[in-house]
Design a protein around this ligand. Sequence first.
Ligand SMILES: [Ca+2]
Length: 512
Amino acid sequence: MFSQEPELANPQEDKTGHCRLLQQENTLVRARFQLLRTTAAMKTTLVTLTLCLVVFMATGFPFERKGGAQSGSPAKEKRVQYAAWDDVNVIAHGLLQLGQGLKEHVDKTKVQMRDISSKLKVFNRTVTELGKESQKLRVEGEALKARAHGLEDREGQLLNVTAELREKAEEMQQERRAMSDRMGRLEERVDSMLQGGAGLPDTDAGAKNNSDARNIQLMLEAQNRRIDDLMERIRLQQEKLDKQNVRIRTLQSQVQQSRQRSASLGSSNTDGSVQSGVAEQRDSPVEMASDCHELFLRGETTSGVYTIQPMNAEPFEVFCEMKADGGWTVIQRRQDGSVDFDQLWQAYEKGFGGLNGEFWLGLENIHSIVKDGGYILNIKLSDWIGDLATVRLPFHLGGKETKYSLQIQKADAFTVLETSLGTDATSSLPFSTRDQDNDQKDDTNCAKHLSGGWWFSNCGRSNLNGRYFQSPPPKQRHQRKQGIFWKTWRGRYYPLKYSMMMIAPAAIQSKS
Ligand SMILES: [Ca+2]
């Protein structure tokens, strides 16, 4: 945009210079024409003079000859001689006049020549000046053009830097929020510890000398140990309670099944014996666990593939992530791109992939585990430099009739990290795939626009079932947006390296 200015300015300058040059040239041509006219007049005068001389010679000579031959009449001869002198006088006078005229012409021509040469000098000087000026203008134009190019380059660099800065600022903001959350929690802990040690002598005075400070520290440490002990005792109590709960549930289901069996026996005695035999085989000796946490409570501590059977559902295999705080049922895992997640509704309903690698457990299976509510969703994410993020959200998942609507239930406000999936208590998000557009964006099919199936709202908040990109991720935005992303962690256009989603009863939350 800047490069056009010198190009526009130059022709104008050149035009005025050109006009001036043309004027000068005109004057010069006129002067030359005058000079030519003068020369022609001089030539005519000279020719006239020569002609006069020739006439004079032609007339004068015969008189002299006549005089010499006719010596016999001296009077007549003298008269002729006088007449000849008169003629000579007339001619001489004419010649004098001609000479004067010639001199005047020569003088005039000299003045004109002097005029012309001075004009020529001025013209030459003007031409040189104009040449210098146009040269200067050209140099200035070049310099301006170079500066414009430089400015354009800088503008481009500036735009790049601005974009980078904006991204970094976003990241910083997230980090800052996470830090402030952590600080808040730490402050709370410190406050609670200080309150616990309120019975001590005046802390302000004590802080002034080292020994008092050490005493306070020791007290705090003792307090911490006591709190830890208490927490451990609570954990053990909770575990005992959980185990008792499981036992009660097992007994309840056994009671229910025996009731059903006796009812069917009562209705038909002949066929019933076969049916009850099958039921007994399936139920005994131990009833299957309804999820991984139940397996954990029964003493399983190794992560791996187990068979579970939620209430009123067929048994199926799951991968259990056994942790210190309990058993987590894994419902999704992304780690190497070995499984295609761009699947249709039916596949997302039934599940796909391999439990030891990448997989989706299936909406129907997930729903059968969590249908009674009280579960939490635990999401683990990793970026390409090894940073990890964890999101824990209490949730409820509706059945097929609600299109497996996800409702995140939280007493307090969502943190920034949680808002990428969080919904407010009154609304819920149905599941969407390429062939079933249930998202909240009217003019777009988010699953088709991006990739995979997900609880899409407006397409842009999160999608952990997107395309898997190996590092380094693609440079094109329209490709990157199809990736696995969590907007409020690494941004909308950062394809994540790893994702794992797992579920467990909410009771686990209070212990971790
Ligand atoms: Ca839509």
